[in-house]
Design a protein around this ligand. Structure first.
Ligand code: AVJ
Length: 324
């Protein structure tokens, strides 16, 4: 029996035992085909995203950073003394530092709970943060922040609990998912607040440029999800045979990113074969844009009370304070 090795079930179990593998096959079996955007962020994808944030056309990260640093002391007032900050999808723990630096030492946040799916990344970043802010209790939570989670109990010395969800990451959620996420965040933060960054509706040309940069970094980021499937699942996507396509849909008020098959081709993923005709698309990301009032209404519907909003001069991006 040791010689009758069937490679197909083995190849397939590698796919089916992986959450990415299952989601990929499920997404490609649907019409239209799709891959959830959370799979962009392997090590290579995270590095590409960092490069996107530095692109001249990608105004989001830079503008949010400017808003946070310009209004840091006012935001620190809203946060108040000895707060607990829970960050959703914290990544490299860089954005929190702008907020932490805005406090007088005697009012500084007491505890910081960064939530992220990538474990190795966060432990190292947490160590660096502790070195910089010795009085801050940094307790990383490794997990998916879209799933309900239990936070460690607070104690009476800790001030209000403040959720921090920067980067317009909520934009990746479809409106019904965004509402559900905000509802569960409101529950988890009850009595506290949420500080959230939201990208704003603007001239489509500007949005188009941000997702179709001249250096092709966004294209590489988009195509990287196929390379990841090859690496992790043994799929055989030919990344040269797919084109990056990103377009603003003014009715749905979202950027859509797609990968478009350049020709008829068959791709193997485990024991599955997926046929693409020329021009077939894989929808890899939606990035919803909001008006300030539109987002505030959504937050109110989710159980928050809308507080102050900070924006930049050109009203490209917004940072909202919401009472839970
Ligand atoms: C991290 C979801 C905010 O939608 O702008 C950047 C991801 N996609 N370029 C966004 C992204 C293409 C980004 N978010």
């Amino acid at each position: 029996n040791s010689i009758s090795v069937d490679t197909l079930p083995r190849a397939n179990s590698r796919v089916m035992t992986s959450e990415f593998g299952r989601d990929l096959l499920m997404g490609l079996a649907q019409t239209p085909r799709s891959i959830p955007p959370k799979y962009f962020y392997d090590a290579v994808g995270s590095a590409l995203f960092d490069r996107i944030c530095d692109l001249p056309e990608y105004y989001l990260t830079r503008t949010e950073q400017t808003i946070l640093s310009t209004h840091a002391s006012e935001i620190a007032e809203w946060i108040g003394p000895h707060a607990e900050i829970v960050e959703f999808g914290a990544g490299s723990l860089k954005k929190i530092q702008t907020l932490l630096d805005a406090f007088d030492t005697d009012r500084s946040p007491a505890r910081y709970l960064p939530i992220d799916i990538s474990g190795e990344h966060i432990a190292q970043a947490a160590a660096q943060l502790r070195a910089r802010y010795p009085t801050l209790l940094v307790q990383p939570i490794i997990g998916d922040y879209t799933a309900p989670l239990t936070l460690p109990p607070t104690d009476t010395r800790i001030g209000q609990r403040v959720g921090f969800f920067p980067g317009s990451t909520l934009g990746n959620f479809h409106p019904d998912e965004a509402l559900a996420f905000l509802r569960s965040a409101a529950g988890m933060l009850r009595g506290g607040s949420l500080l959230i960054g939201i990208d704003l509706i603007k001239h489509p040309a500007r949005l188009h440029a941000a997702y179709n940069d001249s250096q092709g970094v966004t294209a590489a980021f988009n195509l990287n999800v196929l390379r990841r499937a090859n690496n992790e699942l043994g799929a055989d996507f030919d990344t040269d045979q797919f084109n990056h396509h990103a377009i603003y849909h003014p009715v749905l008020q979202r950027i859509e990113m797609h990968l478009i098959s350049r020709r008829e081709q068959t791709v193997s993923i485990g024991d599955q074969r997926v046929l693409f005709s020329e021009g077939d698309t894989i929808h890899t990301e939606s990035s919803y844009k909001y008006t300030i009032d539109g987002f505030r209404s959504l937050a109110v519907k989710a159980g928050f009370r809308a507080g102050p909003v900070w924006t930049d001069r050109e009203r490209q991006f917004s940072v909202h304070w919401l009472h839970a």
